[in-house]
Design a protein around this ligand. Structure first.
Ligand code: HEC
Ligand code: HEC
Ligand code: HEC
Ligand code: HEC
Ligand code: HEC
Length: 179
């Protein structure tokens, strides 16, 4: 009796484990919109070219993403930042005229998000920037991209393997990244 009970318990545990794996795999891996979207490079309403602005014209990342050192989030710049230049620069170009029109009407550009972690993950840009982790370590060579692409898979394994590097002295407890 005892042995049978033990075996069926083990069976139930194994079955639950298998079910969990299936839920985790199907529920998470294929959920659109967040995580695992390596290679994701959506079209933007105005084709904004990082390689032109950063690569050719040497504009620093923080000129536009100016909250990244202070805040959890790295802001997408407001139209007023674009207009510091584009009130004068390339005003004959249709895409710049679109920017100007939105600006004059108090509107904004609806940029499509590229990177997106699930809600239950806590990430903080400023903590990483303060420790000297480069944008490129996580985002790749954005200065060469005509269209931003997600280069890292943003999986838990990706985060944890960097945190585990002894020289990083980064926290590994679950509550660091999960509320
Ligand atoms: C002239 C302004 C400007 C500069 C300079 C700039 N960016 Fe951006 N960045 C934008 C805009 C606008 C977007 C939103 C449109 C897009 O995704 O292409 C963006 C989007 C991004 C995204 C994707 C955000 C998302 O939705 O997940 C990343 C990552 C990024 N930038 C990193 C960088 C890095 C790294 C640098 C420096 C190498 C840089 N940017 C320099 C304006 C700028
Ligand atoms: C340690 C890895 C890492 C570094 C370093 C890093 N990022 Fe990010 N970045 C991420 C992750 C992860 C996300 C998605 C965050 C989310 O969904 O909450 C993200 C999102 C973004 C976004 C979209 C807005 C947001 O905050 O969700 C922009 C823009 C961006 N990063 C720009 C930058 C720039 C510019 C730098 C350098 C100054 C930088 N990142 C450095 C990992 C990093
Ligand atoms: C520091 C100055 C500066 C800022 C800020 C800036 N740009 Fe530019 N942008 C330029 C320059 C220089 C060019 C190249 C113009 C040329 O080749 O005639 C350019 C070109 C462009 C073009 C290509 C125009 C075309 O069709 O040839 C687009 C689109 C554009 N910028 C969008 C933006 C957006 C959106 C922002 C804000 C997120 C922005 N720019 C911020 C300097 C800037
Ligand atoms: C390339 C290395 C690297 C990657 C990738 C990375 N981190 Fe970190 N992380 C660090 C370092 C270094 C620290 C700083 C430790 C410290 O402040 O002492 C840190 C700190 C943190 C902190 C603590 C912030 C605070 O307020 O103290 C959080 C939260 C965090 N990381 C979340 C994440 C998440 C979530 C991901 C993946 C989406 C990630 N990290 C990916 C290197 C990395
Ligand atoms: C450095 C950040 C980090 C740490 C530390 C961390 N996680 Fe995560 N975790 C993530 C990220 C990012 C995701 C979302 C991407 C994914 O599912 O791989 C995630 C996803 C998960 C999921 C959902 C898996 C899925 O596919 O739905 C579970 C469960 C989880 N973590 C548990 C834990 C536990 C338990 C610990 C502590 C042993 C832990 N995490 C520590 C970053 C972290």
């Amino acid at each position: 009796m005892h042995r049978v009970f033990k075996r069926s318990t083990a069976g139930v545990v194994a079955l639950l484990g298998a079910l969990m794996m299936v839920t985790l795999l199907t529920g998470c891996k294929f959920q659109p919109g967040w995580g695992y979207n390596k290679g994701y490079a959506p079209e933007q309403p105005i084709p904004f070219d990082h390689s032109l602005h950063v690569g050719n014209h040497n504009i620093q990342c923080q000129y536009c993403h100016n909250q990244v050192e202070r805040s959890k989030h790295s802001n997408i710049p407001a139209l007023s930042t674009c207009m510091n230049c584009h009130l004068q620069v390339a005003t004959d170009k249709p895409n710049i005229q679109k920017l100007r029109e939105a600006y004059d009407n108090g509107g904004s550009v609806e940029w499509v998000r590229v990177h997106m972690l699930p809600d239950f993950v806590h990430f903080n840009h400023s903590a990483h920037i303060a420790k000297g982790v480069n944008c490129q370590t996580c985002h790749g060579e954005v200065e060469k991209m005509q269209k931003v692409e997600q280069v890292s898979d943003l999986s838990m394994g990706w985060c944890v393997s960097c945190h585990r590097e002894p020289e990083n002295k980064a926290p590994l407890n679950c509550s660091t990244c999960h509320y």
